[in-house]
Design a protein around this ligand. Structure first.
Ligand code: HEC
Ligand code: HEC
Ligand code: HEC
Ligand code: HEC
Ligand code: HEC
Length: 476
């Protein structure tokens, strides 16, 4: 007997004989169906048409389908072993295993089952996978379905980048970015299912380089020049006095003559730093590479840290870290709503009361809604009964808006509250620019990174209540 014949006699025929049972046949059908679906998606991915960038799809394509494939594969020997022991019990194991015979109705019946089951499985699996993949590709999946993303998913629709998909900033281009994102996405989904994720989720330098995200749509050194910036605030007095600040920001860029200038020109590519925390709020070492390659080093004189830690080159997101999902301070949120009139500036002390109510701790939206409404009503009933009687509507509207502001910025279940996600653009709400430009980051010879107001902007008017002066500047 040749080796091939021996193999056929002692392995193939017994395998086919014992394998002719429902469990093994279903296993075979599952395996082949998931293999078909997987191959289909791999081909689509490789060819690049209709492929997807979504990091979480890995859980279906790299995890669920392969798991089903293996599960089906395992069912086959399990079914065989079960059938063998069942037959042995009744003493019906044949001495010679039947030949492979397509005329044998039992054998044909087995093949029919496999074919039909494979087809049915293929249709079901294929449709389910296709729908799952299409669904996971939507912004609503990233921002809403996955509850740990609720803070970002809430802030995103009202941002300047609400038209830009999450994956356009969070997944790098090319094969590297794709694989990296998928491995990470699968890990994150498993973490969420295991209920094992950080609260709050802080940015951790996982963002792909700007060249693969921001610079697909923006130019690194486009000329922006000067930009007027108007900030309206209300005071804490009874009349909620309205004040205005106006600055002329020197954003700069690369001018016609090729020179870099202004805020954009000063940093791109030539400033690097070391920070002591994950969100880079405390910076103790800064290095500037001059045009001739020389490096100027600035050390924070207050924090006597040594030059240890990872050196990070400044990129767009070191300043624009909240472009797509920005959270407000209570002051900013209230000022904005008062400017829009949703919280009426006519209500005495409404600015002061609103901020105090927003800053109070509430365990849930429900509680925030009830307590804000009750406390605001009580304030006016006690102190301004005639206003409460004449205008209860304005007060309930203000309370309603405060609840909205609270629920857009505070997420107790993720431990996200006012100030959890600092905004690095500016210096009034968070350290921002003054993480370095604070006058205490000095070179060995004592030269500091400039903190002179006019380095960054001319202050045209600050906290001005003079409406005529503001109007003369042309501001509405
Ligand atoms: C225009 C680019 C952009 C888009 C679009 C975008 N993000 Fe972000 N995302 C960022 C930046 C920048 C950071 C902060 C990175 C840093 O500070 O290092 C960030 C950080 C995060 C973080 C970490 C926690 C935090 O808030 O800092 C999460 C979670 C996140 N994004 C989720 C999302 C989700 C969900 C969407 C879609 C609904 C989305 N992002 C869309 C740019 C973007
Ligand atoms: C898919 C294209 C796209 C990507 C990617 C993108 N942006 Fe934008 N960005 C836009 C568009 C379009 C606007 C104008 C939106 C408007 O005016 O409503 C804009 C506006 C801006 C603005 C001005 C408005 C503001 O929010 O202050 C800044 C700053 C900005 N982008 C920075 C970034 C940064 C930083 C990144 C990378 C993290 C980035 N963008 C990624 C398309 C993009
Ligand atoms: C040192 C901090 C800093 C860095 C780094 C930085 N920016 Fe800016 N950028 C600013 C400031 C400040 C403004 C003006 C304030 C504003 O628009 O709200 C601005 C404005 C902008 C605007 C709005 C321009 C307009 O016409 O309204 C865009 C777009 C922008 N930056 C994109 C980028 C991109 C892309 C990068 C990375 C290549 C980048 N910025 C790097 C600080 C920075
Ligand atoms: C990581 C540290 C760091 C941060 C954060 C930072 N800068 Fe700078 N910036 C520097 C250094 C270092 C220089 C170079 C100083 C020098 O050459 O004297 C510089 C230079 C500048 C200059 C040019 C100064 C000049 O004399 O020409 C401007 C304008 C500027 N920064 C604005 C900003 C603004 C606006 C922000 C916040 C949105 C900001 N910077 C955030 C480190 C930083
Ligand atoms: C390193 C750069 C830098 C320096 C130095 C600087 N500022 Fe600013 N400042 C900014 C930027 C950037 C913004 C715009 C923030 C934004 O886009 O939200 C700003 C905004 C402001 C605003 C209006 C916005 C607000 O939130 O109230 C005022 C007022 C202001 N600065 C005052 C000053 C004064 C006064 C000084 C000097 C003591 C100063 N700044 C020094 C970068 C700087």
């Amino acid at each position: 007997m040749s080796a091939f014949e021996r193999f056929r006699e002692s392995w193939v025929r017994p395998a086919l004989f014992f394998g002719n049972n429902l469990l093994s046949l279903i296993g075979g059908a599952l395996t082949s169906a998931s293999a078909f679906v997987l191959t289909g998606f791999w081909v689509v991915d490789a060819v690049g048409h209709g492929g997807t960038q979504n990091p979480y799809i890995g859980i279906i394509l790299d995890f669920f389908l392969p798991a089903l494939f293996l599960f089906g594969l395992m069912l086959i020997p399990v079914g065989m072993v079960l059938r063998r022991s069942a037959l042995r019990k009744v003493g019906r194991i044949p001495l010679a295993f039947p030949k492979i015979d397509f005329n044998d109705p039992i054998f044909r019946h087995g093949i029919d089952i496999v074919l039909v089951a494979t087809f049915v499985n293929f249709v079901i699996l294929g449709t389910a996978t296709y729908r799952g993949v299409a669904y996971m590709d939507t912004v609503s999946f990233c921002g809403q379905t996955c509850h740990v993303m609720t803070p970002e998913g809430t802030a995103y629709p009202v941002s300047t980048h609400s038209g830009v998909a999450c994956v356009d900033c969070h997944v790098g281009s090319g094969v590297g970015g794709y694989v990296h994102a998928k491995v990470n996405g699968t890990k994150q989904l498993i973490d969420v299912v295991r209920n094992h994720y950080p609260t709050p989720i802080l940015s951790n330098d996982m963002l792909p380089p700007a060249s693969q995200t921001c610079l697909h749509c923006h130019r690194a050194d486009g000329w922006i020049g000067d930009k007027i910036f108007v900030e309206t605030t209300f005071d804490d007095d009874e009349k909620n006095t309205r004040t205005r600040s106006l600055i002329l920001l020197h954003v700069g860029g690369r001018a016609m003559d090729g020179q870099l200038s202004g805020i954009h020109g000063a940093h791109l590519g030539h400033i690097a730093y070391i920070s002591t925390d994950t969100t880079h709020q405390t910076i103790h070492y800064v290095a500037k590479t001059e045009a001739n390659g020389a490096v100027t080093e600035y050390m924070d004189t207050d924090a006597k840290h040594a030059k240890v830690g990872a050196l990070r080159t400044m990129v767009c997101t070191d300043c624009h870290n909240r472009v797509a999902h920005s959270f407000e301070t209570p002051e900013k949120a209230v000022n904005r709503s008062m400017l829009a009139g949703v919280i009426s500036p006519d209500l005495p002390y409404i600015h002061k009361e609103s901020i105090a109510l927003l800053k109070a701790p509430y365990a849930s939206r429900q509680q925030a809604q009830e307590e804000i409404a009750a406390n605001l009503a009580r304030f006016y009933q006690t102190n301004y009964p005639q206003i409460w009687q004449a205008n209860p509507y304005k007060i309930t509207q203000a309370a309603g808006q405060l609840t909205v502001l609270w629920s857009q910025n505070v997420f107790p279940f993720m431990q996200v509250t006012w100030g959890t996600h600092p905004n690095n653009l500016g210096h009034n709400d968070y350290p921002g620019c003054t993480r370095c430009h604070d006058g205490s980051h000095n070179t060995a010879s004592g030269k500091s990174i400039s903190s002179d107001c006019s380095t960054c902007h001319n202050v045209l008017t600050i906290d001005s209540t003079n409406r005529k002066q503001i109007a003369d500047l042309g501001v509405q």
